[in-house]
Design a protein around this ligand. Structure first.
Ligand code: IMP
Length: 203
């Protein structure tokens, strides 16, 4: 099995990425390495923050590191919460606090005015160097009340285009084929496959 450290303490992200990569990979995250601190997300873009997290962890971990920076962009809110998705309702906000704030902010918007997308940027790093960057997005709408128990973050409020159920209602196996993270991971998998085929030792 090929080891891969995900530079996150968010076990939901890790579980989704592990499921997408399959049994060939031994996926762990920062919960297994308390000596590697989680980085502060001081960047202004998903790419900046993913690079900050991947590079910092890869200086302390001998092997491939992948960092995910992701979030929700709502058109009616000028792209908010965006890179601040995890701390939308404040520095120590829970996912439930963030969903409640989003519903309040969108209170006067209807139908297509509630268009939104999830974005994900993944940075792959090794020994303090950035090896590759991948991105993915999924379009959808924010509904008026939470539906479903699965997933995390804003999943219970987001219905992806072409579906009637939220990410929290859809089975994980479906979310993991059409989400922003799935689309970025599809590019990462292609990179791993072509790197292995060309014999490059970084991957
Ligand atoms: P960060 O990447 O650690 O800055 O946090 C990303 C935040 O965006 C999460 O805490 C969630 O609020 C939100 N988010 C990212 N991906 C998802 C997803 O797949 N479902 C629901 N919310 C997500």
């Amino acid at each position: 099995m090929r080891p891969l450290l995900i530079a996150t303490k968010n076990a939901h992200k890790t579980a989704e990425i592990a499921a997408m990569l399959g049994v060939e990979w031994e996926v762990t995250d920062l919960n297994a390495y308390p000596e590697i601190p989680a980085s502060e997300e001081t960047g202004e873009t998903f790419a900046d923050n993913a690079a900050i997290k991947a590079l910092a962890a890869s200086r302390l971990f001998g092997g491939l590191v992948l960092a995910d920076d992701s979030g929700l962009e709502v058109d009616a809110l000028g792209g908010a919460p965006g890179v601040r998705s995890a701390r939308y309702a404040g520095p120590s906000a829970t996912d439930a606090d963030n969903r409640a704030k989003l519903l309040r902010e969108l209170g006067s918007f209807r139908g297509k005015e509630r268009a939104a997308r999830f974005r994900c940027v993944l940075v792959l790093a090794e020994d303090g160097d950035q090896r590759a960057i991948f991105d993915g997005a999924v379009e959808g709408v924010i509904i008026g009340a939470e539906r479903g128990e699965g997933g995390f973050g804003y999943d219970a409020l987001f219905v992806p285009e072409g579906h009637d159920e939220t990410f929290a209602q859809l089975p994980a196996s479906i979310k993991n084929t059409l989400s922003h993270r799935a689309r970025a991971m599809e590019k990462a998998r292609g990179f791993f496959i072509s790197a292995a085929a060309s014999g490059r030792d970084a991957v």
